[in-house]
Write a protein that binds this ligand. Structure first.
Ligand code: NAG
Ligand code: NAG
Ligand code: NAG
Length: 415
């Protein structure tokens, strides 16, 4: 009888503890370090980071020479004091932990502009791989960073395709993991989010095994690289995707499901969120629906200065007035704005909240945001860091729901 009671109690404790797997969710935040050179209002430096709104912060980007040495191409921003500049970004970045000791600081190498070539060369050669790993460790130890992030866009794609990249990327992760794990340093990567790219670039199971963190870049599904209107990050497909003969794989939900289907560990996945929009110039002002033909990219933003993209801060400041019309696409669960012949697909509080809910529903580790410097970090349109605050609010809500469920579970069976 006594044994049965004990066994019963053990069973309840076990079952109730199964209710939640992660007691707190990741909020992985990228800092695009070149934003320090933007005009006043858009200029963003390390001290603009709020260390309480992120669990992980990423300093982007470093590059590498093709022999495997690290390339700090903006030493003025990164390690300025040493070479006479004055930003000293690395030091200030590491010091964010003085404000929030729980925060993890990571350095990111690669990015879109770094291309694929040097990654291909280094990863194909065990000596060069080791050099990169050792240099990365040296940097982390010098500045007391917590981890390294690899943003190779993308193995086997761009800059002359090398089919062996797919295998060699795993070799790189294996080398990094073997060296970082014993030192308690984190290994992270930014990874593609289109089914065709996932297929060509990754042996998903091995990638997931060696990495501690998988940041899936679930955005840039559409932009001025297309000749028609589409949203930067549709959560789900639109019926128009099918009507236009596009299979509906270019969505956030499909990407997340596909990584999991290919056996990535969901608890290691952070789902990417874009704190920016992608814009188009419409061919015909009267035709604003998805797949409407376009002339090209929409105009540059005041701070970000890139054709076809606008920071959320630029959208909320310059396009939220009465001269633009807000639309909500209830199939894709995302908003867009049209002002004159400019079409802007972006994220707002509603779409970001729904994406966070989706990430939670899939049992993911959390979310990632690209990037801090285009959220409304000054609070020009209202609440400071509006998007990132919505992310934190939603995750806190889900964390408290899980705690409540767990408590109710014990209460129901034990008392
Ligand atoms: C690639 O490596 C070469 C040779 O080491 C270097 O000159 C170049 O800047 C590197 N490219 C990038 C994008 O880092
Ligand atoms: C700072 O950057 C410069 C230029 O890349 C490099 O030569 C120097 O060694 C760096 N210093 C440290 C401490 O990382
Ligand atoms: C869906 O689209 C992707 C990317 O364009 C393509 O590789 C794939 O073959 C398509 N699948 C189907 C069933 O049409």
């Amino acid at each position: 009888m006594k044994l049965q009671v004990i066994l019963g109690a053990v069973y309840v404790i076990f079952m109730c503890s199964m209710i939640t797997t992660s007691s707190s969710y990741n909020v992985a935040c990228y800092f695009a370090s070149w934003s320090v050179y933007r005009d006043e209002g858009g200029k963003f430096d390390v001290f603009n980071i709020d260390p309480h709104l992120c669990t992980h912060v990423y300093f982007a980007f470093l590059e590498m020479y093709d022999d495997g040495r690290l390339l700090i191409f903006d030493s003025y921003e990164a390690n300025g004091t040493e070479d006479g500049g004055h930003y000293d970004g690395f030091r200030n970045f590491a010091n964010l932990k003085n404000v929030n000791p729980e925060l993890k600081t990571l350095i990111s190498i690669g990015g879109w502009n770094a291309g694929s070539k040097n990654f291909s060369i280094i990863c194909a050669d065990p000596v060069k791989r080791q050099r990169l790993v050792q240099e990365s460790i040296k940097l982390m130890e010098t500045y007391n960073f917590d981890g390294f992030d690899i943003d190779w866009e993308y193995p086997t794609l761009r800059d002359d395709a090398h089919p062996e990249d797919k295998e060699n990327f795993v070799e790189l992760l294996k080398d990094y993991s073997a060296a970082l794990k014993p030192k308690g340093l984190l290994l992270s990567a930014a990874l593609a989010a289109a089914v065709d790219k996932i297929e060509s670039s990754y042996f998903v199971e091995q990638v997931s095994e060696y990495l501690d963190i998988l940041n899936i870049m679930t955005y840039d599904y559409h932009g001025a690289f297309d000749n028609f209107v589409g949203h930067v990050a549709p959560l789900h497909a639109s019926p128009l995707d099918y009507e236009h003969g596009r299979n509906a794989t270019y969505t956030v939900a499909t990407a997340v499901d596909y990584w999991i289907y290919k056996n990535a560990d969901p608890s290691k996945i952070n789902m990417g969120l874009a704190a920016y929009g992608r814009t188009f110039t419409l061919k015909d002002k009267a035709n604003t629906q998805l797949y409407a033909p376009v002339l090209g990219a929409g105009p540059k933003g005041r701070y970000t200065r890139m054709d076809g993209t606008l920071g959320y801060n630029e959208i909320c400041q310059y396009y939220s007035g009465t001269d633009s019309i807000y639309y909500w696409d209830d199939d894709q669960k995302v908003p867009h704005r049209v002002v004159d012949d400019t079409w802007i697909g972006y994220e707002d509080e509603i779409s970001i909240g729904l994406k966070v809910d989706f990430a939670v529903s899939k049992g993911l580790g959390g979310v990632m945001i690209w990037s801090l410097d285009t959220d409304d970090f000054l609070g020009t349109c209202g609440r400071k860091y509006r998007l990132l605050n919505v992310v934190n609010d939603r995750l806190k809500y889900w964390e408290s729901q899980e705690k409540k469920l767990k408590f109710e579970c014990f209460y129901k069976y034990m008392l």
